[in-house]
Design a protein around this ligand. Sequence first.
Ligand code: HEM
Length: 200
Amino acid sequence: MSDAAADLVDEKVETRSQRLKRATRDLHEALDQRMMQGDLFSDRTRYALFLAMQWRFHAEIAALYGAPDLIAIAPDLPSRRKLEEIENDISDVGAAVPAADLRPVDAGDRASGLGWLYVAEGSSLGAAFLLKEAEKLGLGAEFGARHLAAHPEGRGLHWRRFTQALDAAELTEDEEARAEASAVAAFRRVREIAEETLRG
Ligand code: HEM
């Protein structure tokens, strides 16, 4: 098979969620490293910075979870919103919601919305590790780390339900490109928030 033909086959077998993963792998890895370097799980005061980061990101994307065009693609979207749990976690550890300026994401563009949601929902899959770290601080699904808890149906299944909906959405070529650019933008935005938060 020629290289071009092999590429075509590869393109066919790779799902949208797999493509988004590939497009953001390096950004995810760099972000993980930066966060671990930031020592966000060494005590509750540092952990409150992690919560502040999470709150800013989730506040900026909160409107996506109520957007009709996105709910048409993933009907369980409203129940996936984490903002209230993060706010409860913040008050559990005696901290306050950060006063930073928010840059809300445009909820009117479903293709971009899917890219941002891929990043937010994927972070709940990876949160098993973060929950373990939070547990070392005496926090957990009932107190202080509510937003890191696994969904009752299980993290893996809950994630697959989302990726199935994401992968099944019919997008134009232009929308496809916007979804990918938005997943990249989402990781860049989280990185930016992390830098600002860690700088203090
Ligand atoms: C120290 C911080 C982090 C660590 C150690 C971490 C770790 C992980 C791990 C281990 C997975 C794979 C889980 C699995 O396949 O079962 C994962 C997935 C993922 N994480 Fe993170 N993560 C971190 C922070 C974040 C943040 C802040 C975001 C974005 C807001 C994020 C977005 C994602 C996404 C989108 C996926 C899904 C990748 C895919 O399979 O398509 N992660 N993470």
